[in-house]
Design a protein around this ligand. Sequence first.
Ligand code: FAD
Length: 463
Amino acid sequence: MSQLLIIGGGITGLAAAWEAVQFPRVEVTLIDAQPRLGGKILGSEIAIADEQPLMIDEGADAFLARVPDAVQLCKELGLEGEFTHPAVGRAQVFLGGELRFLPTDTVLGVPLDFESLAASGLISAAAVERASSEVDVDWPAPTGDVSIGEFLTERYGRELVEHVVAPLIGGINAGNVDRLSLQAVTPQLFAAARGGGSLTLALRKQQQQSPTDPTDPVFTALLGGTSVLVDALHDALEARGVQILTGSEAVSCSQSDQGKILTELSTGTISSDEVLICTPAAKAAHLLRSISPNTARQLEQISYSSVALLTFVFNKESIPGELLASGFLIPRTAQLLMTAASVGSTKWAHWDDGKHVVLRVSAGHSGDLRGAELTDEELILGLQADLQTTLGITDPAVATRVSRWPDGFAQYEVGHLQLIESIEQSLNKDCPQILLAGSSYRGLGIPACIEQGRSAAAKLVDS
Ligand SMILES: Cc1cc2nc3c(=O)[nH]c(=O)nc-3n(C[C@H](O)[C@H](O)[C@H](O)COP(=O)(O)OP(=O)(O)OC[C@H]3O[C@@H](n4cnc5c(N)ncnc54)[C@H](O)[C@@H]3O)c2cc1C
């Protein structure tokens, strides 16, 4: 029997434990510093006076359906009956005092069709002309990693980057496209650019070669909220004999004379054959400081953005006009506190009780600390003012909730994947029985976290 300790019970650690129990002769212990499992996946009810409370996610509300790992894991846990998809898919950008739809024919904001880009009104006619000249140039393939902002500005001009690409990609990552890595954050753009020539033409060719069914949903959610997946994993793991310790913080890892890993916890010490660390990189650095100082130093180079996500519930009558999009994004040039708003009750039919509008509004990104530093009251007032600017809402909300995600988003800056490779090599040299997985490393979406957790667990228990 070999013993595997998994540190961190977010979706990465939970998926890792699920993978490990598929193997015979492995004893799995999963610990988390918090009193609950799930990490950045959390759902809770929001109370509305004299009405049924609404169950609304405080963090992730969906996962990509076209990347198979999350859908597959849900199926293994028998959760297909919980699947639902957005009722409305298209998003808008707030620009020049108006909400305008993003063009449909783009890959992460990179235009495939310049007519629909022009029709969106998101960039000027001169900027459309500048962007459309990208297809006429024989661009060299990138020789290494580069920032998304620099790469796309050179090809399509700054206006497209500021009004379309940055709100979209910067919004998903709470980051700055002038620092984020083309290779790590947008691997499909990097892969398309690798052949040289026009990126637009390469992406069009990719789409022709492997067309996606436009009726296939891009996102899947769970009717009871994303935390249904966490609860199902918790139950399934306990049923398979995994020892789950919450409220138990790992403090450091060391090696015993017998070749075991000793993990010191706030609640005692655990000895195991292998350890999988599924915490954010900064916490992993702390754990590895004595066993692999070089790994710890490199882990500390990964930076984070903090965000606040506020849920506002309004009476339907308080909303002037129709809400047609699933949400809207705010370019940095608009200088609002709000970075994005998701119109939950338009996007998800199960959040629409017929009487209320649910808005999930974000603040804070790399370079803007207000999401972390403002008080709850300041955030509510500031974002309500932004809702007046963007949607014309002047009535007060009937319910408000503030969810804070300090260091919520790892920033994959230029050279990120090279840094991760170096971290993995350094740890493998010092202590091959310890692996790292999770949102700080190779993808921060839920499917990418599940994939990382499962493959790291399989690698450890199969070795
Ligand atoms: C506001 C927000 C919205 C998001 N929306 C989406 C979305 O819609 N779709 C999507 O796919 N992704 C979304 N994401 C991203 C996704 O939710 C996260 O990247 C993912 O859940 C991270 O999982 P993880 O297990 O790697 O890390 P975490 O969830 O951070 O889990 C790490 C765990 O480690 C524990 N831990 C830390 N230190 C220690 C220690 N020393 N000892 C023991 N335990 C420790 C923590 O308590 C935590 O539970 C969103 C993220 C945020 C913040």
